[in-house]
Design a protein around this ligand. Structure first.
Ligand code: ZN
Length: 102
């Protein structure tokens, strides 16, 4: 099955993306204009296994006079976390959601 790029009508190439944590997503890529098509189901599967891989227990540590948590390096990389950057804590049913950026 050879599909054509909806933008430039070139042939699309099957590529495997490494989205990190050993999770791959199969996708169609146009080498000419860079257009990408990824099936929703494949993307959703990859995102849920990515979330599972990222779920991690971290220790609460002392930071100055308060408490903090240390982010695992993979998470720092994936979310481009920086010292001085801001995250938002959102209480949710069953826990606290940490949102990066605004
Ligand atoms: Zn194209």
């Amino acid at each position: 099955m050879v599909e054509k790029c909806p933008q430039c009508k070139s042939g699309l190439k099957n590529v495997i993306f490494d989205v990190g944590f050993g999770v791959n997503v199969e996708s169609l890529h146009c080498q000419k204009c860079g257009f990408n098509i990824t099936e929703d189901s494949k993307l959703n599967n990859a995102m849920s296994s990515l979330r599972e891989q990222m779920a991690k227990e971290v220790k609460v540590i002392r930071v100055g006079t308060g408490l903090g948590i240390r982010f695992p390096n993979e998470v720092v990389k994936s979310f481009s976390l920086k010292q001085g950057g801001e995250v938002t804590l959102k209480p949710e049913e069953g826990g606290i959601k940490l949102v990066v950026g605004s």
